[in-house]
Design a protein around this ligand. Sequence first.
Ligand code: ADP
Ligand code: ZN
Ligand code: MG
Length: 471
Amino acid sequence: MSKEYYTTIGLEIHAELNTNSKMFCGCKNDPDEVKPNVNICPVCMAHPGTLPVINKKAVESVIKVGLALGANIADFTEFDRKNYFYPDIPKAYQISQYKYPIVSGGSLKGVDITRVHLEEDTATSKHDRGDYSLVDFNRCGVPLMELVTEPVIHSSKQAGDFGRELQTVLRYLGVSEANMEKGQMRVELNISISEDPKVFGTKVEVKNINSFKAMERAAEYEIKRMSALLDTGEGDKIVQETRGWDESKQSTFSQRKKENANDYRYFPDPDLPKLFLSKVFDIEKMRSELPELPEARRNRYRNDCGIKDEDIESYIVDKELGDWFEKVAGELKDKNKIKIASNYITSDYLGLKKVNMEVGLPYVKNFAELIEMVVENKISSRGAKDILAMIVIKDESPLKVATEKGLLQNHDEGALKEIIKKIIDANPTVVETYKGGKENAIMSLVGQVMKESKGSANPQMVQKLLKELLS
Ligand code: ADP
Ligand code: ZN
Ligand code: MG
C-alpha cells in the first residue's frame, strides 16, 4: 500500500480563437476546412519580405477572457519571437508573448491564473504515410490563446472541473468553440507529488491529452507512477520531462527531457508594433458588456427555479438548452410546473436526443402546453413521453397529438368499466390467482386494461376499479 503524497497540478491550456481571419494575415481561419493548404498566403507561409499585421479581434478576445477571470489587463503589451525549428513552423519561430502578456492574475473556480497570452498556432503534420510526412498549413497562424494556472490544483477532479469551467466560459464569451476532440482546446498537465505540502516535488508535463476525462486519468496515472517510485526510494527516477498520454494504453510515456525558456531565445518581434491596450480598447466598456457567465447563471437558476444542481449543470454546459429552458420557465411561471418541466427536459428530452440526431428543441409553446397537460392529469406520464417524442421532431400541438392518438386520459368510469369487465372475463386464471391471495397478479390486468385503452386510462383509476370489481 502506497503512502499518501501531496499532489500539485498546474495547467497550461491553449484555445484556438474563432476569429474570421488568422492572427497576422488575412487568411481564413476555418477549423472545418478539410482540403489541405488552401487557407494560406505568403505571410503565414513565411515568404521573404512579408510583414505580419495584428488581428485586433484576437486581442479583444483575450481581453474578454481576462475580464471574465477578474484579471489584470496589461496596459503595455508586446509580441515576442519564440525560436525553434520544426516543419510545422515555417518562420522557424512562433510569434508569442513572453514578458508582457495581455492578461495576468485572475482566478476561476478558486484556481489562480498566472497569465493569458496570445500567440499563433502551428501547422498540422501527418505522419501516417510510412516513409514520408505531410504538412497542412491551414492552421498555421490561427490565433491561439494560452492560459497558464498557478500550481494550486490538488486533485485530478479539481483539474477536470477547472478545465470544463474554462471551456464553458470561452463558449459563453463566444471567443472559441473550445472543442477538445477537434483540437480547438488543448491541455497540458503539469503534475508533481511530494511528502511535504510546503515543498514541491519534481514536475512532469503531460501532453497529447484529448479530453478532460483523459486529463483526469493521466493525472491519476502519474500520481500512481510517482508514488510507487517514492515508496521504493527511487525518487531520483522522477525527472523533469515531457510525457505523452497514450489513450489506448491509458498510460503515459516519456517523450523528451524538458527544454527551458533560454533555449527559445525569446526577443520582441521587431516587425510588430508595441501595444498600449487602453489606447486601443475601452476596457471598462468591454467589462460592462460581458455576457452573463456560467457562475452567475448557475446562481440565478439556483435561486429562481428550485431545480436540482445536476439539472442546472445540464443548462450551464449546454447554453442553448439553458436559453430555451428559460423561455419555457417564463411561459410556465409556476415553480412546481418548472420543476416538472425540468425533469422532462433533463431525463426524457436529453435521452431522446442521445439516440436520435434529428431530435431538436421543441417549440416553447408546444412544450409548455405538454407540461400543462401533465400537471392537469390530462395525459399519463407514458403518454407525455410519447407526445414529447413527436414534438421534438415536428411542430405539433401536444393536445392535437393526444387527441389523435387517443392519449387523453379517460376519466369516464363507465367506459373504463366496460374495458375492465372485458379483461376480467378474458383472464380467469389471473383473476383466480389474485383472489387466491396473490395481490400482485392484479398488475397484469392493469397492464392489459392500459393497453386496451391505448394508454388513455389513468393507471391509478384502473387499479381502483379493478379492485372494486374483483371484491
Ligand atoms: P516551465 O518553466 O517548466 O514551463 P513554469 O514555471 O512555466 O514551468 O510552469 C508551467 C506550469 O507548471 C504552470 O501551470 C505551473 O503552475 C506548473 N507548475 C510549476 N511547478 C509545478 C510543480 N512543482 N508541480 C506541478 N505543477 C507545477
Ligand atoms: Zn495567411
Ligand atoms: Mg513555462
